[in-house]
Ligand binder design. Structure first.
Ligand code: UDP
Ligand code: MG
Length: 169
């Protein structure tokens, strides 16, 4: 995350246009069963991001291990896998300039105790394992994560005229 923000800073100083990125976002089981899918999608839509793919699935054990492979040695790993496979999750790909940093900011700190009010975790979560949502933390991880769940044909590229006119200049 820090590296990402530094990269964004460098780009700004260099005066370059931020490139369009894709972020993989997963609404965890508690967000689905609490009926928060629409609320969270609305936040990203109103921000000006573009939804490129979405589906409701129950993760297999293998998919959950792939998604969280980076945490396989952590003490919370087994609880995390049990939780994420416990009931359906909602998978999405969001597109936009700087979408990785933007979605991470909107998601908030990992522990909801430290997540700012107004962020998704700040508003909808109290515990660290069921913290409402996952969002990719780098371009590289986004590519890896979305390829676990989506084929290239399932990711739609299109332009929202309002975003093009007002937000993407
Ligand atoms: N997690 C946990 N206990 C911890 C740290 C993390 O249960 O002490 C869970 C939490 O659900 C988190 C996920 O593991 O969202 C992945 O952890 P990471 O550090 O990548 O946080 P994130 O990128 O989701 O903010
Ligand atoms: Mg993470």
């Amino acid at each position: 995350m820090d590296r990402l923000l530094r990269e964004e800073g460098t780009r700004k100083v260099a005066g370059l246009q931020a490139e369009k990125q894709q972020a993989f976002v997963l609404l965890k089981p508690e967000s689905v069963v609490r009926g928060l899918i629409g609320e969270i999608i609305t936040r990203f839509e109103r921000k000006g991001l573009t939804l490129a793919a979405a589906k409701l699935v129950r993760l297999t054990d293998d998919q959950a291990h792939q998604l969280y492979s980076i945490h396989s040695t952590k003490p919370f790993f087994q609880d995390l896998i049990s939780h994420i496979t416990s009931s359906p999750v909602f998978l999405m790909v969001w597109e936009g300039p700087n979408v990785i940093a933007i979605t991470r900011n909107m998601v908030g700190a990992t522990n909801p105790m430290n997540a700012a009010p107004g962020s998704i975790r700040g508003d909808f979560a109290v515990n660290v394992t069921p913290n409402a949502i996952h969002a990719s933390d780098s371009i590289e991880n986004a590519k890896r994560e979305l390829s676990i769940f989506f084929t290239p044909a399932e990711i739609c590229s299109y332009v929202k005229p309002t975003e093009q006119q007002f937000l993407l200049k």
